[in-house]
Design a protein around this ligand. Structure first.
Ligand SMILES: NC(=O)c1ccc[n+]([C@@H]2O[C@H](COP(=O)([O-])OP(=O)(O)OC[C@H]3O[C@@H](n4cnc5c(N)ncnc54)[C@H](O)[C@@H]3O)[C@@H](O)[C@H]2O)c1
Length: 428
């Protein structure tokens, strides 16, 4: 089968390779010509995706990248994996989906199946995307072409999570749309989970991400409460997770990051208003999670104060810039918020991240663009008044950190098994 995958990012690229590995001919379409060129040279721009895997499929002729949407004329399926951010008022921005729909529509052929994968509110596929596709093509969904929603479930940086094994939820606009979409995914994936509609599939993905956001907020709140009582939340979670049923561990941190958990729940909040509904859990979780960077800074100030230092004038190193361990993705990373808060408090701020040598342009934190990761050596690290661990990459030598840094504020329990001096490590 010939398949077009639109948006060759963290979601689209692994999916494209998965189909290519299963001997399906994939054309990857992206408006970013730099990505297109690099992929056609067989070079991956995502740390956890091997260039060798890209090269193999390009060489074998199963994968080609392009910016020419006219190629859609020759494919049987179009899978859309473009971004779904929030705008500056924290409302859904589905313009990437709509623009993609507009770009596809003039080339859409009878019998083609279009599947949206981007996380979004219920109704995006069968209202917004359908309207654009039908208008631009003159074809009818469910009759002339087929339409479905199937959310991506990616766990970047987790080597045991493989696209092929992750169950794939699929909802069709009509029963025949569902059958067509199942036939496509069945070519490359093991376990398909059909649901009754596009909206049920859209809602499934939101439930998964809201579940995480709310549970992370819960442990973040308990972290603060227990710390005030002199109890270590990490010890409590380790003990609680020995319960063989009814408990699932979530871990506290310096705030939410990444392209999904801090954003997706608010897609539902926005859509719920149309139905006169409130999403209190989502908003409360958002409130607790976004308060975390300030809490972490207050702990750092306490720690400095204990050594008769003030934040103002101190040199602080942020250890870990990506939003989670073992990835090079810094979107929505709470480390940026920490760097801003610390700078506002008069501190001199730097970062070290083995996966991000220099900060590339970001939508919201452009003032940090071009800042370089500092060297990882005794002279550099010991020159800081405090090191704040915001992301705990395995590649970092925490035993060395204990030897070099006078003060460590740890938001990830990274120093738990390391020998440290009294009052050297403060959990936050
Ligand atoms: N990253 C994850 O772990 C993850 C997991 C599950 C779901 N998702 C969802 O998947 C979707 C994509 O996320 P991502 O992380 O892959 O984003 P990304 O930014 O890594 O990739 C999106 C790609 O789409 C391209 N693009 C943007 N507009 C386009 C257009 N009009 N035509 C063609 N290409 C276009 C961009 O250049 C980029 O390469 C989002 O809705 C996200 O919420 C992401």
């Amino acid at each position: 089968m010939k398949i077009a995958i639109i948006g060759l990012g963290y979601v689209g690229l692994p999916l494209a390779l998965q189909f290519a590995k299963n001997r399906q001919h994939v054309v990857g379409l992206d408006i970013d010509t730099a990505k297109v060129d690099s992929l056609n040279r067989g070079e991956s721009y995502i740390k956890h995706i091997q260039s060798a895997d890209v090269k193999k499929q390009v060489k074998a002729g199963y994968f080609v990248a392009s910016s020419d949407f006219g190629m859609i004329r020759d494919v049987e399926a179009v899978l859309i994996c473009v971004p779904t951010p929030l705008n500056k008022n924290r409302e859904p921005d589905i313009s990437y989906i709509i623009n993609t729909g507009r770009a596809i529509a003039p080339h859409l052929q009878r019998g083609t199946t279009v599947v949206l994968e981007s996380t979004t509110y219920p109704g995006t596929t069968d209202e917004d995307l359908r309207a654009v596709l039908e208008k631009g093509s003159g074809l009818k969904a469910g009759a002339d072409f087929y339409l479905a929603f199937s959310p991506e479930r990616e766990d970047p940086g987790n080597p045991s999570s493989r696209v092929a094994d992750i169950p794939k939820v699929i909802g069709g606009f009509t029963p025949i749309c569902l059958e067509k979409a199942k036939a496509i995914y069945g070519l490359a994936l093991q376990n398909l989970v059909p649901v009754s509609s596009c909206r049920a599939a859209e809602s499934t993905k939101l439930l998964e991400n809201i579940f995480r956001s709310v549970n992370i907020a819960l442990v973040n709140e308990l972290k603060v409460v227990y710390a005030a009582m002199g109890i270590d939340i990490w010890e409590v979670i380790e003990a609680a997770k020995t319960k063989p049923f009814g408990f699932m561990p979530f871990y506290p941190g310096p705030g939410l990051g990444g392209h999904c958990i801090p954003i997706d729940p608010f897609y539902l909040t926005w859509k719920s208003r149309e139905y006169g509904q409130n999403t209190k859990f989502i908003e409360l979780a958002g409130e607790v999670n976004t308060a975390m960077p300030k809490y972490v800074v207050s702990r750092l100030m306490d720690a400095l104060n204990d050594g008769r230092k003030s934040l103002n004038g101190s040199r602080i190193l942020l250890l870990g810039l990506s939003y989670k361990a073992e990835v090079d993705d810094m979107r929505e990373s709470p480390t940026f918020v920490l760097m801003d808060l610390l700078t506002q408090g008069g501190a001199e701020v730097a970062y070290h991240d083995p996966f991000i040598p220099v900060i590339q342009p970001t939508r919201e934190h452009s003032h940090w663009t071009g800042t370089k990761s500092v060297r990882w050596d005794k002279k550099t690290i010991s020159g800081f008044d405090a090191v704040l661990i915001s992301t705990a990459h395995k590649a970092v030598d925490y035993a060395k950190l204990a030897q070099w840094a006078p003060l460590i504020v740890d938001t990830r329990n990274a120093m738990a098994r390391i020998k440290t001096k009294s009052k050297q490590v403060w959990k936050a």
